[in-house]
Ligand binder design. Structure first.
Ligand SMILES: [Zn+2]
Length: 346
């Protein structure tokens, strides 16, 4: 089975994001927020069949762990109340996708974070998504200010109530920033990669997993700059008298394969143990074009993993399937349930 742990609903019906725009305008003008948009199952089905699902099937991907559009989270745009309503709207839409295509998608939620607001405010929505909607994880924005990094690092106790809920529910968080309101940082080209790299260094500096030994984070986009600079990070940890990274972080931190070229994927697999790598493509997402050097889509990341000749078959199996089941324990339970239901049906 091939599980893509990183897909966003970037092709949602236009009414969805148009409502968010009107909501933010109403907030700014002090006027009444319009009622939530009415979107039909047919609209959802069409925007999935002709986009995400088509690509997924063309590339032989069996299941995508699917979440709301990351750049659309826009935690810096609204206050905690507005973002709570918006998160519920986004998560409900993901739940409808998963209900329409239960074999192809499983949900991960957006959290109603807001700059300067304690992330404990996200726990009710996290619980609703996991316990009522069957979601298996969340996207956690390390910088709800949208590029100004005005909040505390992720090792700070500020985040602990949310981590306690994650551990209690046995769900991981993908560390994922949203759009950037700072023109110095292009959203997908700089802000995303900065977020990944910065959080890894925060985790290296701190000792978060001593307090939360079962907490799991996925650092997407291939781990930002981390695998490429692995020697720097090992050396910094050593200078800081921190434990070896394999003990300090690699029981809790995982990287995805959203690196859009063969040499990058090979470096990732050389440097990071296979048990810490989860297959992902982030389709339909940041980079949608065709690479003129290969004739294939940049984000067709399955080709790069398949193309690593020296990588053992067992390691590819880990990357494509086994690690996702381990990092998202509720995924394994769901797949086994589906399998036993199919067994009963046949
Ligand atoms: Zn993403």
């Amino acid at each position: 089975m091939i599980i893509d742990c990183h897909g966003h609903y970037t092709t949602s019906p236009p009414e969805h994001e148009a409502w968010r725009t009107r909501q933010i305008e109403a907030l700014a003008n002090g006027t009444t927020v319009p009622p939530r948009p009415s979107i039909s199952d047919e609209q959802i089905s069409e925007t999935i069949r002709n986009a995400q699902l088509r690509v997924q099937r063309e590339r032989g991907i069996d299941l995508t762990i699917f979440s709301p559009r990351a750049a659309g989270m826009g935690h810096h745009l609204g206050d905690a109340n507005a973002n709570a309503l918006w998160s519920a709207e986004c998560n409900d839409l993901i739940h409808r996708v998963v209900s329409l295509f239960p074999q192809d998608f499983i949900g991960v939620c957006q959290l109603p974070q807001a700059p300067g607001v304690n992330p404990a405010n996200c726990i009710p929505e996290l619980r609703r998504c996991v316990e009522e909607l069957g979601f298996i994880g969340c996207n956690l924005n390390p910088d709800p200010s949208g590029g100004h990094w005005s909040g505390p690092p992720m090792t700070d106790r500020h985040w602990y109530p949310l981590y306690e809920a994650l551990v209690d529910l046995d769900v991981p968080a993908m560390i994922h920033v949203s759009s950037s309101c700072n023109p110095n940082f292009h959203a997908t080209g700089a802000h995303y990669i900065n977020g990944d790299t910065s959080v890894f260094m925060q985790l290296l500096t701190g000792n978060l997993f001593a307090d939360f030994p079962t907490l799991k984070f996925i650092i997407p986009h291939g781990g930002g700059a981390v695998p490429y600079h692995w020697g720097r990070y090992r050396g910094l940890a050593q200078d800081m008298k921190q434990p070896l990274l394999s003990e300090h972080l690699l029981n809790n931190v995982f990287f995805d394969t959203c690196v859009y070229h063969q040499p990058g994927a090979e470096l990732l697999a050389r440097v990071i143990p296979a048990k810490n790598i989860l297959f992902a493509s982030e389709t339909i997402g940041a980079v949608q074009g065709i690479d003129p050097e290969t004739g294939h889509h940049f984000d067709d990341t399955r080709r790069y993993i398949d193309g690593i000749a020296w990588l053992a078959t067992e390691d590819k199996q880990r990357i494509f399937e086994d690690n996702a089941r381990a990092v998202y324990p509720r995924l394994g339970a769901r797949l086994e349930q589906q399998l036993s239901m199919q067994g009963v049906a046949s």
